[in-house]
Design a protein around this ligand. Structure first.
Ligand SMILES: C[S@@+](CC[C@H](N)C(=O)[O-])C[C@H]1O[C@@H](n2cnc3c(N)ncnc32)[C@H](O)[C@@H]1O
Length: 332
């Protein structure tokens, strides 16, 4: 007799919402297929559920993209365990890391990852250096490093050999696209190619965004990105050190998407706000001391009585170090 396993039975119209919830809670059983009748869905779950069933079909075995890479690659079998199971995809470019023992096969590996994962270029990812956060990469397959990365209906064009794009910041880019910025004047102090100001301009309705950026290569792409996203009438890219600007003191919101002693730039952010508004302050803090580290940095930057609306973890940056964003309300 077949074993009965948990399922959730829901009316079809509730299917999409239920699936989303189950995926978020990691309760969806991906080994069995969902069954549908005229008006009901039977969804397999790992635990919980409002019924039991024994007649859901097993899903046919599908190798994961990484398994496909491993099968297709022509290197000694014993080395396959050392292949990277993770990669960063920026548009048509894949960034991977390889241990030393795989370096002599780097071109074979690059070609396989490109073929299986449908990328034009594969490069080894090195450090990101300096104030302008330039990546060091080594191309192991293909040649073109310029690409357009599409995310949340925003097009980010960039040269991945010259500029960074942090996949780990995706949740924050999406969050910034949803913040209510209607009619706001925004200053993005570290605009890059438009990591935050593009989602804000594409999805929100700000009055305008002043996008300050010190790196001429980044500002070139930012200008192009404003045009290809149809927001060049909203975003004004300005080249230079943000501390050299004193053109506004009535901004409603300042975005500080930079991670290296960001507090140094807080007095300038306060000047842009002219006494009132919101700062989205990105910084690095130690695990277990998030609130304490945040307060110390804000005080160093001249903020001691502002209201902290939120502190959100964005990603782990180094062992025991988190990248967080702090939403600070000034003077309201
Ligand atoms: C690359 S972004 C940081 C990562 C980004 N938040 C993300 O989501 O991927 C930081 C940008 O700030 C720029 N920058 C650094 N110091 C600056 C300054 N004083 N004024 C203006 N731009 C600056 C760098 O050139 C860089 O493009």
């Amino acid at each position: 007799m077949k074993e009965k396993r948990p399922v959730i039975k829901v009316p079809k119209k509730e299917g999409e919402r239920t699936l989303k919830k189950l995926k978020k809670e990691e309760r969806l059983d991906t080994e069995r297929l969902i069954k549908q009748s005229d008006n009901e869905l039977v969804i397999p779950v790992i635990k919980g559920g409002n019924d039991l069933s024994d007649d859901l079909q097993k899903k046919p075995y599908q190798p994961t993209p990484f398994e496909k890479v491993k099968i297709s690659i022509d290197i000694p079998e014993r080395l396959k365990a050392r292949l990277p199971s993770r990669w960063e995809r920026i548009g048509n470019v894949l960034l991977i890391k390889l241990p030393d023992e795989l370096m002599e096969y780097k071109n074979i590996i690059g070609a396989s990852y490109a073929r299986v994962l449908d990328a034009d270029t594969v490069a080894l990812q090195g450090d990101i250096v300096g104030r302008t956060r330039e990546p060091i990469i080594d191309i192991i397959h293909g040649s073109d490093t310029e690409t357009i990365h599409l995310e949340n209906r925003v097009k980010f064009k960039l040269d991945t050999a010259k500029l960074m794009f942090s996949s780990g910041n995706i949740d924050e880019r999406i969050r910034m696209s949803k913040v209510d910025i209607r009619d706001d004047v925004v200053v993005d102090m570290f605009a890059g190619i438009g990591y935050f100001c593009l989602p804000m301009a594409v999805h929100g309705s700000p009055k305008n965004i002043y996008a300050l950026e010190i790196n001429p290569t980044a500002i070139g792409y930012l200008k192009e990105n404003c045009v290809i996203n149809g927001v060049d009438h909203i975003v004004s890219p300005i080249l230079g050190d943000n501390r050299d600007f004193s053109f506004r003191s009535d901004a409603d919101r300042v975005v500080m998407g930079y991670l290296h002693n960001t507090w140094i730039y807080l007095p300038k952010a306060l000047e842009f706000l002219g006494g009132e508004g919101i700062i989205h302050f990105h910084t690095l803090v130690e695990e277990g001391n998030i609130a304490r580290d945040t307060m110390i940095q804000l005080e160093r930057g001249g903020i001691d009585d502002a209201e902290i609306k939120d502190i959100r973890k964005i990603k782990s940056y180094a062992p025991r170090i988190y990248h967080v964003v702090v939403d600070i309300e000034i003077g309201r």
